[in-house]
Design a binder for this molecule. Structure first.
Ligand SMILES: [Ca+2]
Ligand SMILES: [Ca+2]
Length: 165
């Protein structure tokens, strides 16, 4: 079935950001960042980033999809948001924070400037190598979210939210 004008019209003025976050298991192996919080930002001429849309989670394989975000109201006046992607080691299941109480997070250094409407696939993104320990602790592979999933799927016990420092 061909796309109707109404279908195309529904996409105009919105951008959907997709991609996948990884973390370093070691120097050569990457593993997906599962069930971590992602926030999309817009870069502004003042050099700061401002959140756009609502935070959401990666899936078990690290993939994410922001859903539709208004793209036609960039405050800098240039059409299209200037996309930066952030990932945080937190969810309703668990959080990993540093010694000052802030969540471990990573931001993309690439800026996708003046993103056109439609789907923006930013591809594979990787968290910092020197913070890999935080992502080990958070990870589905052997960390907090894995423990939650194990208990939830085996004995039906949903552990309370866990915070690790
Ligand atoms: Ca902007
Ligand atoms: Ca812009």
């Amino acid at each position: 079935m061909p796309l109707s004008n109404s279908t195309l019209g529904a996409l105009a003025g919105y951008v959907t950001v997709t991609g996948r976050w990884w973390y370093y298991y070691n120097t050569t192996i990457g593993l997906p960042v599962s069930w971590a919080t992602v926030q999309i930002y817009d870069l502004e001429p003042d050099g700061h980033i401002y959140p756009v849309g609502n935070p959401f989670l990666t899936d078990v394989n690290g993939y994410f999809n922001s859903g539709s975000i208004p793209n036609n109201n960039d405050p800098d006046g240039g059409y299209g948001l200037d996309i930066v992607v952030g990932v945080y080691a937190t969810s309703s299941i668990a959080s990993v924070v540093n010694s000052t109480g802030y969540y471990y997070y990573n931001l993309t250094t690439t800026v996708w400037a003046n993103s056109p409407d439609g789907t923006l696939n930013v591809g594979d993104l990787v968290t910092r190598y020197d913070e890999r320990g935080a992502w080990w602790i958070y990870s589905y592979d052997f960390g907090l979210t894995r423990g939650w999933d194990y208990l939830s799927s085996t004995v039906g016990y949903n552990t309370p939210h866990v915070t690790a420092v």
